[in-house]
Design a protein around this ligand. Structure first.
Ligand code: ADP
Ligand code: MG
Length: 270
């Protein structure tokens, strides 16, 4: 009886990644960016992908965004195979990639080009709403070059949120920021996730960041890119990056990371 109840109340799967492989032909030969990767993400989950550089994290996010296609396997969003970019899956990068010739409002309105049915006045109102949400109301008409790194990432976040995507794809979005700015953004992204009911896939190479933000942390290893382990982080929200409770999770994940990076054949010390 209790099992039935759980099945009925379990949130639906937002994203299903099934046996996905992807290679690139490079000047150094064939690189297997992802090898037989499978992962399901539930509606409303905050999932962090962590692993060293080159383990295929960005490649996977690009495929979910519809910017790349898998060689084999499939990716389903809301049960439909992903065929290209869409306003229900928005991406945010390490570099804000803002247009320097547009002001803050113009950049956020640009995120709404994927909503062709909106009139100009409606796009402006929606953009203003999200600019306020990320705390940049006073900077609506500022030029991009007048903003700090953290403010630029807030604009990029507003731009990604503006089309109201259910799935937010974040590729090391805070990696280039100073620690204080990052801490504020950890709080803000958790607030936005809770209030706006997003599903978030967040890539990082920072284990503590992954443990702070994720309901689950998925550990990748490189060459070929594979999922090695999955960790549930059972801590109340909002989490503070400096909380002592995070330490045991991040040390467990770090140990696993080191274990999987150990050269093949080397014994693990008992
Ligand atoms: P991560 O984001 O985890 O650092 P990437 O997904 O960027 O990893 O890359 C995975 C592997 O695929 C790396 O070895 C990288 O060099 C290679 N790769 C990624 N994109 C391309 C590309 N467009 N052309 C050639 N090789 C690529
Ligand atoms: Mg990357």
């Amino acid at each position: 009886m209790s099992i039935d109840t759980e099945l009925v109340s379990a949130p639906p799967e937002k994203l299903v990644i099934e046996k996905v492989s992807k290679h690139f032909d490079t000047s150094q030969g064939k690189v297997i960016a992802l090898d037989n990767v499978s992962l399901s993400v539930r509606e409303g989950e905050f999932v962090c992908l962590v692993g060293p550089s080159g383990c295929g994290k960005s490649t996977l996010l690009n495929m979910i965004a519809g910017l790349e296609m898998p060689d084999s396997g499939q990716i389903l969003a809301d049960g439909n195979a992903i065929k290209g970019p869409g306003s229900e899956r928005m991406m945010m990068f390490q570099e804000s990639a803002l247009f320097p010739w547009l002001d803050v409002l113009g950049n956020v309105m640009f995120g709404l080009r994927l909503k062709p049915n909106l009139k100009d006045a409606e796009r402006r109102d929606v953009a203003r709403f999200y600019i306020k949400l990320v705390g940049l109301e006073k900077f609506t008409h500022s030029n991009v070059h007048e903003l700090s790194g953290g403010m630029k990432q807030r604009v990029a976040l507003a731009r990604a949120l503006a089309p109201n995507p259910r799935l937010l794809l974040m590729d090391e979005p805070f990696a280039a920021l100073d620690a204080m700015t990052r801490e504020q953004l950890y709080r803000d992204i958790q607030d936005i996730w809770t209030e706006r009911k997003k599903t978030i896939l967040f890539v990082t190479h920072n284990v503590r960041e992954a443990a702070c933000l994720g309901d689950r942390v998925i550990l990748f290893s490189p060459h070929p890119g594979r999922i090695q382990e999955k960790f549930d982080v059972r801590l109340p929200r909002n989490r503070d990056i400096n909380s002592v409770d995070l330490a045991s999770y991040s040390s467990e994940i770090t140990k696993a990371l080191k274990r999987h990076l150990r050269p093949a054949g080397e014994e693990v010390a008992k």
